[in-house]
Design a protein around this ligand. Sequence first.
Ligand code: ZN
Length: 223
Amino acid sequence: MESDQDGVAQHEDSPLSHVTRSEVEPRRAAASRNGNRVDKPRIEAAVREILAAVGEDPDREGLQDTPARVARMYAEMFAGLHQDPRAHLRRLFTQKYDEMVLVKDIHFESMCEHHLMPFIGKAHVAYLPQGKVVGLSKIARVIEVLARRPQVQEKMTEDVADLLMNELDARGVGVILEAMHTCMSIRGVRKTDSVTTTSAMRGTFRTNASTRSELLALVYGGR
Ligand code: ZN
């Protein structure tokens, strides 16, 4: 991770290294990436613009608080941009358990980066430990952080798998995401009940077919 160079106090949940920073970057952008912050006044101004652009009057009574409300909502939906999911994986426990650990049905809400509309679903996360395990709730925390970013489902699936593979020192990681995309259900093709499934397999889950089918049986067996 890059060190903090612009004089802003480093927040505990510092940004991931994929957030690149350059000398010429506007100061405000750099500052907002350093804390758990989203530039809400800027969102408010933009929402007013959108309302005006669709032919509304942003000053009419019912819309007066809308820009501020939307800004708070976006700050919440995109809070994961300013948090490091690895913070939840620092405490590992030594455990002589080498069978599959599966956390099923972790509910998540994320935001499709193509339409800025939510996609909502469940994550199923499995790993094969190698002498170290992590608290089960921490996996749900990781999903929560990674979900709260603008992205596509495919990328989120791979990010979860790569992060856990790196941080848990596991023999393998398997991630399955199932989600309903509101950008598909209320506009465009209007496929209201279609669910998109994505998976990312790492280590033994990728190389060993029986490990993979054990995971699929555990996730889908009861359905
Ligand atoms: Zn979309």
